[in-house]
Design a protein around this ligand. Structure first.
Ligand SMILES: [Zn+2]
Length: 283
């Protein structure tokens, strides 16, 4: 499942094809994905200029000249493909339509943006730009981890008195937006905090350590995604799924990479999801 850095990579990859450009033609090939598409979606998109592409949590938001914003959610299996762009130049060759190409946007300039989603857990919606913050998927989200509203005071207040594991508290989108299972494992490893520890038992000193580690882990992953975009020359133009090396995620039974630690990475299941951690140096 794409997490914040992957979604940010997709957003960056879409920029040259979409930002500032008009949607010459929108094709919507089925009535729904995870939820029904908004009424007359193709008509409402066709002719609109994309003024900007933003990201909130794991959602991409395209602000349109019509006063509406298109929300794009990749879900579990959604993929964005860009065709008609090569080495920074637009040309007009597009692959033949594929199974599960549910929404196709033909952009001014010749690029084609295709949303393909085999399992249909993704979503698209349209809303008034002025009312974005009230959208049901966005209204309850906590601050962006890379934004100014996320800081030690905020995190300390959200952890205080909570008898829930720190892992779950960091995954809770009300506390902080966009963190998922993979990056929470990496963050707790670097902070040397066990995912099993209760949120209320995380000390102030550890909270002060956690905030910059959260930013660092995400920033590094976004940078890795950015470099993967630079050399993306795959025929299908798929964006966002880059090779990334994790220190603990999916590394059960590997030696702990912390210098001087002789521990072994363990896996446990919390709230139905795998936690990877080193029981020796994460306390
Ligand atoms: Zn260790």
């Amino acid at each position: 499942m794409p997490e914040l850095p992957e979604v940010e990579t997709v957003r960056m990859g879409l920029l040259p094809a979409m930002e500032g450009r008009r949607i010459e033609k929108a094709a919507v090939n089925r009535p729904d994905l995870r939820w029904p598409f908004p009424p007359r979606m193709a008509e409402r998109l066709t002719g609109a200029q994309v003024l900007g592409l933003r990201r909130r949590s794991k959602y991409i938001l395209a602000d349109l000249s019509t006063g509406e914003t298109l929300l794009i959610h990749l879900g579990m299996s959604g993929r964005m493909l860009v065709s008609g762009v090569q080495a920074g130049q637009f040309h007009h060759d597009h692959p033949a339509p594929a199974k599960h190409d549910h929404v196709v946007l033909d952009m001014e300039g010749g690029a084609r943006v295709t949303f393909n989603d085999a399992r249909r857990f993704g979503a698209m919606d349209l809303m008034a730009t002025a009312a974005c913050d009230a959208h049901p998927l966005l209204a309850a989200l906590g601050p962006e981890p890379l934004g100014n509203d996320f800081h030690e005071t905020h995190l300390a207040a959200r952890l205080k008195g909570r008898a829930t594991p720190i892992k779950s508290a960091l995954l809770d989108q009300h506390n902080i937006a966009g963190l998922g299972n993979i990056y929470v494992c990496e963050v707790l490893f670097r902070a040397q905090i066990s995912p099993l520890r209760l949120a209320r038992d995380v000390t102030s000193a550890e909270v002060v350590r956690l905030v910059p580690i959260i930013r660092e882990v995400l920033t590094e992953a976004i940078a890795a995604g950015g470099s993967s975009l630079k050399d993306y020359r795959q025929a299908d133009g798929e964006l966002g799924y880059f090779q990334h090396t994790f220190r603990v995620y999916d590394r059960e039974d590997s030696p702990c990479p912390t210098p001087g630690c002789s521990g072994t990475i363990a896996r446990t299941v919390q709230s139905g999801r795998s936690s990877f951690y080193c029981p020796a140096c994460q306390r």
